[in-house]
Design a protein around this ligand. Structure first.
Ligand SMILES: *Cc1c(COP(=O)(O)O)cnc(C)c1O
Length: 431
């Protein structure tokens, strides 16, 4: 399988190259040159097939011969070695809980898969791979956790001092081994600027093999398909579900759409957005107009220019009416989000996080307009990650889950640096 760039100016590359490069040199996104249709056997035997085997079957055509089958199966087994339960919330709505991984958000799966692939690809590289990430919280911890203990890969995380939550900071700074945290005395934008400058510094790149672990990387995007198979495995109705995905950069929903185009039975998709509603407006008007991101309480979805939009266009052959027929979208305000957390807790005893609440509210709206259907939404983060919003809405304290209990005993280890590129460069050159 080869991947082309959505800007059509760069060469086609295989999975290995696409993973190492992240973004194509012409700044396009890599996209598989054909869609691998699912084997009938996988679909008819879905319910009895182990999670890791499903993952392996789904991803195999996209990896091609760049990773041997036994290694790839091991990577898959490691990637999905936690639960993805489908929990019924009321008569028509279920929640696919994607927060049971080590950092309690759905980005764990993509990060774990990509890190193991890069680890495999770095085996015959002379230079060690250095992954450089700037984070405002969640992505950094998923990436760092995914790479923990992977041979031949070192991870440097830059985070803004005092601007991540206590739990997030502990997640970033207590891993040790091949993970180093730099605490930058500045903002997230400073961190991002420093990282960007490092990628363009030729002296530095001559010494180190730098990569970004960016969310558009095919090795982070493609494994997100797995969730939708695990949802279908647990779906008890004869009719296929309507699936609602809280969306920001649209990587997750686009992976679901790929699974559906490949043959997975899903009736309809809903892109649930907060006030950052570029896609909602696209479905209304046919025009894609990006805007500055605005801050909301579902902040992992605060994206003004969803990078994976171009992948949706590719999937549907740039056909607006096909897209509009298969996907609906709703924008949910912060006020509606809080009300949803409150109501769902009160009426059904289920605790949503703000992102899942946007998903629940959007699905509820769709089902009101399309009576007789049933659906599920993706609950993308553990409520505890957003405890200030959630506890205020439900009027109760949340319990700290087992995965996080041990963190509170650990000691933060970070190197404090000024928000200046030279400090980062000195650190990287001397490492
Ligand atoms: C990243 C993220 C999203 C948005 O996912 P996209 O793939 O960017 O659309 C939603 N919820 C949470 C908790 C996230 O971390």
């Amino acid at each position: 399988m080869l991947y082309y760039s959505t800007n059509h100016k760069s060469e086609k590359v295989n999975f290995r190259e696409a993973t190492i490069q992240g973004q194509a040199p012409d700044k396009g996104l890599y996209f598989p040159e054909r869609i691998a249709m699912l084997p009938t056997k996988l679909l008819t035997e879905l319910k009895s097939t182990p999670k890791a085997d499903i993952a392996f079957e789904v991803i195999k055509p996209y990896v091609g011969d760049t990773i041997p089958a036994n290694e790839l199966h091991e990577i898959c087994t490691h990637t999905v070695n936690f639960e993805f339960p489908l929990v019924q919330v009321n008569d028509t709505i279920s929640s696919l809980e994607l927060f049971h991984g080590p950092t309690l958000a759905f980005k764990d799966v993509g990060a774990r898969f990509m890190s193991r692939c890069l680890g495999y690809f770095s085996r015959d590289n002379k230079k060690k791979i250095t992954v450089l990430v700037a984070t405002s919280g969640d992505t950094g911890s998923a990436v760092a956790n995914g790479f923990l203990g992977v041979d031949g890969v070192e991870v440097i995380i830059l985070y803004p001092s005092g601007k991540v939550s206590k739990i997030q900071e502990l997640q970033l700074t207590t891993l040790g081994q091949n993970i180093k945290a730099l605490e930058v005395q500045g903002t997230f934008d400073d961190c991002q600027k420093m990282v960007k400058q490092a990628f363009t510094d030729s002296e530095l790149n001559a010494k180190l093999f730098l990569t970004s672990a960016n969310s558009i990387n095919v090795a982070r995007w493609l494994p997100q398909q797995f969730y939708y198979f695990y949802a279908l495995q647990q779906w008890a109705d004869d009719e296929p579900p309507v699936v609602c995905v809280p969306s920001g950069n649209f990587g997750n929903i686009c992976a679901g759409l790929l699974a559906a185009v490949s043959g997975l039975p899903i009736k309809h998709f809903i892109a649930a957005c907060n006030s950052n509603d570029v896609f909602t407006r696209y479905l209304e008007s046919g025009k894609f107009e990006t805007r500055e991101a605005v801050a909301t309480i579902s902040n992992a979805m605060d994206v003004g220019l969803p990078s994976n939009f171009v992948r949706i266009l590719e999937l549907f052959g740039h056909d607006y009416s096909r897209i509009k027929n298969f996907i609906s979208s709703y924008r949910i305000s912060d006020e509606e989000t809080v009300n949803t957390i409150q109501q769902v807790f009160k009426n059904y005893g289920y605790t949503l996080d703000p992102h899942g609440a946007v998903g629940f509210a959007a699905l509820e709206k769709y089902l009101q307009q399309n009576a007789g259907q049933k659906g599920l939404f993706l609950e993308t983060a553990h409520p505890l990650k957003f405890s200030d919003v959630v506890e205020k809405a439900i009027g109760e304290r949340l319990e700290i889950p087992a995965q996080l209990q041990h963190l509170l005993q650990l000691k933060k280890q970070s190197l404090v640096i000024k928000p200046e590129y030279e400090g980062l460069k000195d650190f990287l050159m001397s490492a």
